[in-house]
Ligand binder design. Structure first.
Ligand SMILES: Cc1cc2nc3c(=O)[nH]c(=O)nc-3n(C[C@H](O)[C@H](O)[C@H](O)COP(=O)(O)OP(=O)(O)OC[C@H]3O[C@@H](n4cnc5c(N)ncnc54)[C@H](O)[C@@H]3O)c2cc1C
Length: 506
């Protein structure tokens, strides 16, 4: 999915050049912002700083939207009446939505800098994490670094054989064949006969056997070669499907995470605009007129009050999954696009373990294990490395059709399923598990999905991103960076630009 999205052009460098110039805001001009996720709060902050009168209507009692970190004491409510209490120890958390920030997400990094959100490194690729197939290697996990080095060795050996026999002469000149052979030998760690075999040279890349790493003194000091995995086994295991995962542009190292959880970014925005937010306000209707916009809202939960807000302009960051079910007064074309935009599915699990056994027992510090089990991924925390514990693992990041299977389970069934799969990779699971939470994003009432997926961007995107009378959409979905906070911020800044241009031209 990720590589398909990359090839569709969803992986462009952020065009962020700083906040827009909003000089000359007409006095008394008002803007109502719908939704207090990052897009809504960023738009509100820039508009207020420029002199606009702003208010935000937000469904939840918290700000941040999908920028959400679960900690002990939190409660999650899902559609269907499911409720989960998070029972993590003090200081432990799971980023149940966004968890990593690419180094080229310039807007997000700049706002973190300006709003004093400390960042630390997020480990994406870890050669000591695992690849796992239920059908191969006896169902035992294989170190990613072993599989990677051996796969590169295996295919470079094959290519070297072909080049040596002159089979590539149509594609590579005689002179270049010499260089190609030299490069394959160096890149694949092939021997002088262009074979990839067990040797101290290959061990230096794939790793040493458990009792054969280089030591000191006399006792067990001399290193020993490790045995590569045969190419045919690697081919059949289909581990190669996972090997490009960490190398997509969006996952290039280094990546970052806020210290203390992703929601620290939301808290930072909230410090700027928290006073503008009306919580527990479920927007139900937007009506546009010659002179302004009227928004109706009702209490999202018992005990609140409904109301009506009028403003000159409206920036709406409510996801289209929800918005398409509301009474929104926009052009029929924009309504069609709202209804048709598809959102991906995802289920994420956080599992608190008493001990950081992945570090102590298996020397896995951060990074991700990939498996053909429905849980798909196990993510190891990049915070508090080397501490005694506890620690919270990302126990599952389920996507694709499997996510719909999880959507139909109760939280308890999901948790049991996640644990029973995870223990196939880490047998320590049952002994070390203390508490867990599994969120199905389709069941989140204010979201109903994970992130947007444009079927026909060429036909629909401009309609969604262009101001309709006095109403303009913003958010992750109004960007070429779907599923990334950077897209939310960039779209918010563009919505602000559109409002400002309209307001100053009148
Ligand atoms: C599982 C998952 C993993 C992700 N991973 C990453 C990642 O690693 N890195 C990254 O950068 N991004 C990631 N993202 C994407 C990122 O979370 C989003 O792009 C971003 O947070 C969206 O911000 P937003 O303001 O556009 O929308 P939201 O955060 O969805 O804000 C919309 C707001 O509207 C409110 N709302 C909804 N309905 C109503 C209503 N009727 N009335 C009033 N308010 C309403 C909601 O409560 C919410 O606060 C991930 C997302 C998910 C779900």
């Amino acid at each position: 999915m990720m590589s398909a999205m990359t090839s569709l052009g969803h992986a462009q460098q952020s065009p962020y050049r700083g906040p827009p110039d909003l000089n000359g805001a007409p006095e008394g001009t008002s803007v109502v912002v719908l939704g207090a996720g990052l897009a809504g709060m960023c738009a509100a902050m820039e508009l207020r700083n420029a002199g606009y009168s702003v208010q935000i209507l937000e469904y939840q009692d918290r700000a941040g939207g999908r920028c959400w970190t679960l900690k002990g004491g939190d409660t999650i409510e899902e559609l269907g009446g499911y409720s989960q209490n998070v029972e993590f120890s003090d200081g432990q958390y799971i980023n149940i939505g966004p968890w990593r920030i690419p180094h080229h997400h310039l807007a997000l990094l700049d706002y973190c800098h300006r709003l004093n959100v400390p960042l630390e490194v997020f480990v994406q690729e870890n050669q000591n994490a695992y690849l796992h197939s239920t059908q191969h290697f006896g169902g035992k996990p294989v170190r990613y670094g072993h599989a990677w080095a051996d796969y590169v060795g295996g295919i470079t050996e094959l290519l070297a054989k072909a080049a040596d026999k002159g089979a590539l002469e149509q594609a590579v000149s005689v002179e270049d064949t010499e260089i190609l052979l030299e490069s394959l030998k160096s890149f694949g760690i092939l021997d002088k006969n262009y074979r990839y075999t067990a040797s101290l040279d290959t061990a230096e890349y794939r790793g040493y056997p458990d009792a054969g790493a280089p030591g000191g003194g006399l006792w067990d000091a001399a290193p020993e070669p490790s045995e590569p995995i045969a190419l045919n086994e690697l081919l059949q295991s289909r581990f190669w499907q996972y090997m490009r995962n960490h190398t997509t542009y969006r996952h290039h190292a280094p990546m970052f995470q806020p210290v203390g959880g992703m929601e620290e970014i939301a808290h930072a925005f909230e410090r700027e605009v928290g006073d503008l937010i009306t919580h527990n306000a479920r927007v139900t209707r937007v009506v546009q007129g010659e002179d302004g916009v009227t928004v109706d809202y009702e209490p999202a939960r018992d005990g609140g009050e409904g109301g009506q807000v009028t403003a000159d302009y409206c920036i709406c960051t409510i996801p289209f999954t929800v918005l398409s079910q509301l009474d929104i007064d926009v052009s029929p074309e924009m309504r069609r696009v709202m209804r048709q935009l598809h959102y991906h599915e995802a289920v994420k699990a956080g599992l608190e373990m008493k001990r950081r056994f992945w570090e102590r027992d298996e020397q896995i510090y951060g990074g991700i294990t990939l498996t053909d089990l429905p849980i798909a991924e196990i993510g190891y925390p990049a915070n508090e490395m080397h501490s005694d514990g506890p620690g919270v693992l990302l126990g599952a990041y389920v996507y694709g059709p499997q996510a719909y299977v999880y959507n139909s389970m109760s939280p308890q069934e999901r948790l049991e399923s996640v644990l029973s799969q995870g223990e196939q990779i880490h047998p320590q699971y049952r002994d070390e598990f203390s508490s867990g939470v599994v969120l199905s994003w389709h069941r989140v009432p204010w979201m109903l999905g994970c992130y947007s997926n444009w079927d026909d961007r060429g036909r629909d995107y401009e309609i969604a991103a262009t101001m309709d009378q006095r109403f303009v959409c913003a958010g992750e979905h109004i960007s070429y960076l779907p599923g990334w906070q950077e897209g939310s911020l960039l779209s918010a800044l563009d919505a602000v630009r559109q409002v400002h241009e309209r307001a100053t031209s009148q």
